[in-house]
Design a protein around this ligand. Sequence first.
Ligand code: ADP
Ligand code: XUL
Length: 521
Amino acid sequence: MSRYYLGLDSSTQSLSAVLIDAESGQLVNQQSLNYAAELPAYNVTDGFLPSTSPGVVHAPPLMWVEALDQLLKQMQADKLPMNEIVAVAGAAQQHGSVYVGADFEARLKNCNPQKPLQKQLQNCFTRSTSPIWMDTSTTDQCTAITKALGGADQLIKATGSTATERFSGAQIKKFADKHPEDYVRTKAIMLVSSFMASLFSGRHVGIDLTDASGMNLLDIRHKQWYSAALACCGDHLQDKLKPPVNPQLPLGTISTYFTDRYGFNSNCMVLPWCGDNPSSLIGLGLVEPGMTAISLGTSDTCFGLFKDLPESMSPWAHTFIAPTLDYMSLLCFKNGSLAREAVRRQYQQSWEQFSACLEATPPGNQGAMMLPWFDTEIVPRIKHAGVQRYSLEATDIQANCRAVIEAQMIAMCNHASAAGLKPTSIRATGGASQNRAILQVMANVFDCPVDVLQTTTNSTALGAALRAVVAVERKTWKETVQPFTKTQYASQTIPDAAAVAVYQKMKKRYAEREQTCLMQD
Ligand code: ADP
Ligand code: XUL
């Protein structure tokens, strides 16, 4: 007998669905809808609206609703077994916030399944567009929040992050301060994740703990709202938010709108939606402490699971609550492929030649070192771009190829450690993870094995579907994720003991150089 579970990913540019059969461990179907291409009436490029105000990046919430309608209609047209789906869960771009008035819930409850949802939710928004994670217009609010809550260290300790422009707390404060009347008539504030979960549930549901930890509003130790932060960001904010919800507790059965319009079974369970990064953690199979992902994409990200919060937390990282209710750290390095490509192009190397340079040079680069800030950086925060070379000639092609990779891996390892991550195994993803010479440097610097997954399934949507399996079937995380997260190569990339010893010393030297540059920046 098949056991179907649906996972959705409402991301910045598209909505994706992954349908799995938990019984056979198979992916049944995967599809995606790009907002800009397929919903041109909303006038978005890359998923957001044009803006003339500096730092303002918003998106229309009804676009996410219409995307859902079209995607589910498509799944029905494709004759997918909608009626046999046991449970549905989702994940969304983090931090984006949605503001609705008093009639939102009544409208949701009374929706007519003959008509698209987006038509029936028009005009119920008190903020017509939603600020999303790319918005950086809240620097003043961040300064005020930091001051009101006793400084940056206290804020990190309590909420897991310094005051961050894209986080929802600052975005809510900006709305409450600049549009007080609209704020007062706002009955509910949701994140993209809880907004989507509310549609499925037919009622306003609370924000799940994973996404709540990306707001600067949650006490991450006690997993409840941090009342001082709420008070600072808006009057009666707690009433508008509802208590945060456990991502693993089903919200109930799916609303009749979804059964009648798309053919879901009336017993289909709805799970809370999570943030996309926490969901991806599950989709990549990282369900035990020490398991860490490194994505080598346009920018590089490093995230992983851990049990206990460290005494002091890194100002550059974000600590979120994971779907397993452990913690996860997320670090984002802007100079990822950008820096690797800059070196490769400067020396006119193909990726094969670049890899050959890595293989022809010794770990530690004979003392040569680079600080690879081809652009400004997030981790650590570097305001002025600039590449620094130490005992490294700009004309030495091989040594420069090695230097950029060693610098990136060492910086990642040092900052991951400061953020509470102690990787015991690494799962590499993203474009550069197909380069085994790069993976070897990673294994040596982190002193742990590195592997790559077989599939190219959307890990965020897959993570949501797997979360639903765990919640409904009460299986362990490990046995649930395993069939869907098989690794690609016959063997892992294993650290080399001699190289590990070289990097132990080099990590200290790198940290000192970085500190000096930070003071001069
Ligand atoms: P995005 O973050 O945009 O999704 P991807 O994960 O698709 O990016 O990664 C794209 C990047 O992968 C390219 O910019 C390129 O630099 C890098 N890449 C592709 N092939 C290789 C390779 N063999 N070695 C190292 N980097 C590679
Ligand atoms: C994480 C963040 C982004 C969005 C992208 O803090 O802002 O990764 O979640 O969808």
